[in-house]
Design a protein around this ligand. Structure first.
Ligand code: SAM
Length: 204
């Protein structure tokens, strides 16, 4: 997977490549999908949600530009795979999932793998996790019409927030750096994600 889908494309960050090599992706999907886990597409994880395509996970991680001492907030734990990739690269990962069943299943897998630097919460991620803020980086792994205000407020000055921004059918992966009270945005490429619901997302 890493040779053909990650390195052969445009991912050059050695640390991201090594994390993608290390985390066993098949453990994050149902038994009957294990054989498909390393293929070049997203997979269902139940309840209408997905684990993103490996290349998309690598891209989002690279765009976030993580470094060893960082504290990252992820919105949309899903299977826990992206959180585990981040946990290989940074000091602490805080991740929020709104679907209880998915959060519990993700927690079993990440604890089974021994990650002690992943902190999980069940709830509306659009409100962020104030108690542990501010964050060096925030990654939203669901489609949102805009960057939710509480998340921008919980981002450090100089920090980076990344999200698929657009409508429900197509989005653009967007990276923004917070400088003072302003977000300096960069639109990267088109993508398709399941919707971010909640107070500052799409209304269910
Ligand atoms: N990062 C995940 C992984 O590695 O498997 C994939 C995330 S999946 C594409 C999007 C997830 O966002 C779903 O699990 C969905 O339930 C969750 N989600 C949507 N709205 C949310 C919200 N307001 N708060 C927390 N999670 C949310």
């Amino acid at each position: 997977m890493v040779e053909t889908q990650i390195i052969s494309r445009d991912i050059e960050d050695k640390k991201v490549i090594n994390a993608m090599k290390k985390v066993p992706r098949h453990l994050f999907v149902a038994k009957d999908l294990e054989e498909d886990a390393y293929n070049d597409h997203p997979l269902p994880i139940g309840l209408g949600q997905t684990i993103s395509q490996p290349y998309m996970v690598a891209q989002m991680t690279s765009v976030l530009g993580t470094c060893g001492s960082s504290r990252i907030l992820e919105i949309g734990t899903g299977s826990g795979y992206q959180a585990s990739i981040l946990a290989e690269l940074v000091a602490e990962v805080f991740t929020i999932e709104c679907i209880e069943t998915l959060a519990h299943s993700a927690e079993r897998v990440v604890r089974g793998l021994g990650y002690e630097n992943i902190f999980m919460k069940i709830g509306d991620g659009t409100l962020g996790w104030q108690e542990h803020s501010t964050y060096d980086g925030i990654l939203i792994t669901a489609a949102t019409p805009f960057f939710p205000l509480p998340l921008v407020e919980q981002l450090k000055d100089g920090g980076i927030i990344v999200a698929p921004i657009g409508d429900k059918s197509i989005q653009t992966l967007t990276k923004a750096r917070k400088i003072g009270n302003k977000l300096h945005q960069e639109q990267l490429f088109d993508c398709v994600f399941v919707p971010l619901v909640g107070r500052y997302g799409w209304r269910e």
